[in-house]
Design a protein around this ligand. Structure first.
Ligand code: KG4
Ligand code: ZN
Length: 349
């Protein structure tokens, strides 16, 4: 089964061709450097760039895979969550392509796609497991009962972790996206050098908050100007350590509460080496197998969309041509719950 996956939920225009849900034949990602001028993604600009890029990116994915559109068995496109204008471009393009070629089409849940991306790297998932998806737009803890059956057990109540990282990087005069820049600076800093506060949420449980931390860094920077290079490195290292500890603590708490044997860490922030190592150590201590995609499959890509799309298509799921994009995970889960085949147990062919 050859599936074309199309991803345009944020600022990456991406497409990939996948064989039998496992073999990556191509993986094309076109990022939009224009957003670095603003220190964050500008939704209107992102949508316009997707319109320009979606045809060349899909064409490049087919070429790189050495297949023609005729040979494709199904088309999967991200339906949400994400920026609505960006989502509409890839979803409408995917549906139009499917309509014109009379091929089956499915809308894919972006968070689900992140969590199942490891299947394209030869890893095995054995639900139930806990998934933590951390990116510029998401910080979501999900209990995966089986493919297609999810319980959202925790999320950020304000900024996504990656969003806070990008904003702090901007305050420090670093480039966008901020994650890799903070990580590079943190490598030579002292993670215990500055104590930033950790959010205490009124509602006990697995929710997280990063905006207080972001504000604490802002005040610190304001009161310590001009910053020495050494202090900058300590801010980066202490900030990164704070975020890592919160994420790892919530992941471990969720694994214990749900008594799972497996967990997945995914999303762009999961490229971070300190987070990968700390999460791996915490899970090992709990006897939980932690799966983390390689960095290219952590950040947004078409492969993960094709993986989730293959599972849905194999289960006989077909999205109606009227399928709309959804900006929040709750909306995506509601839309999915009414789709035929949602709660079946699909197998990769
Ligand atoms: O999944 P992704 O590519 O797109 C979204 O769905 O947002 O994630 C992008 C986010 C950005 O906030 C970026 O700063 C962060 O992932 N990121 C990192 C690293 N690489 C990317 N954060 C921390 N450390 C990194 N090495
Ligand atoms: Zn993402």
């Amino acid at each position: 089964m050859l599936v074309l996956g199309i991803e345009t939920s944020c600022d990456d225009t991406a497409a990939a061709v996948l064989r039998d849900g496992r073999a990556v034949l191509s993986n094309v990602v076109s990022s939009q450097p224009v957003h670095s001028l603003y220190g964050g993604v500008v939704p209107e600009i992102a949508s316009r760039h997707h319109i320009t890029l979606v045809v060349p990116v899909v064409t490049a994915a087919l070429d790189e895979a050495g297949v023609t559109l005729d040979e494709i068995d199904g088309i999967a496109a991200t339906m949400g969550p994400g920026l609505i204008g960006s989502l509409l471009v890839g979803l409408c393009f995917g549906k139009a392509l499917a309509f014109a070629t009379r091929k089956p089409c499915v809308g894919v849940n972006h968070v689900e796609a992140h969590l199942f991306a490891v299947l394209a790297e030869g890893r095995e998932l054995r639900p139930p497991f806990v998934g933590l998806c951390v990116s510029g737009g998401h910080t979501e803890l999900v209990y995966v009962k089986e493919f297609g059956r999810y319980e959202l057990i925790g999320s950020t109540v304000d900024d996504a972790a990656g969003e806070a990282i990008d904003k702090v990087a901007k305050m420090m005069g670093l480039g966008f996206p901020g994650g890799p820049e903070i990580e590079a600076l943190a490598a030579d800093g002292d993670p215990g050098g500055i104590t930033f506060p950790k959010a205490r949420l009124k509602r006990a449980g697995m929710d997280m908050s990063f905006s207080g931390l972001k504000t604490a860094v802002k005040y610190f920077l304001e009161t310590h100007r001009p910053l020495t290079e050494e202090l900058k490195r300590d801010v980066a290292a202490s900030f990164q350590r704070n975020i890592t500890e919160v994420l790892v603590q919530k992941l471990a708490q969720a694994c214990e509460a749900k008594r799972v044997r497996q967990a997945v860490l995914a999303g762009g922030v999961a490229c971070n080496r300190e987070l990968r190592q700390a999460a791996a150590a915490a899970c090992e201590e709990l006897g939980v197998e932690l799966l983390i995609p390689s960095p290219p499959l952590c950040s947004d890509n078409g492969v993960m969309v094709a993986v989730a799309g293959t599972l849905r298509l194999a289960a006989g799921e077909r999205s109606p041509l009227g399928l709309c994009a959804c900006s929040t995970l709750e909306e995506v889960l509601d839309a999915g719950a009414s789709c035929a085949g949602w709660s079946s147990q699909p197998r990769v062919p």
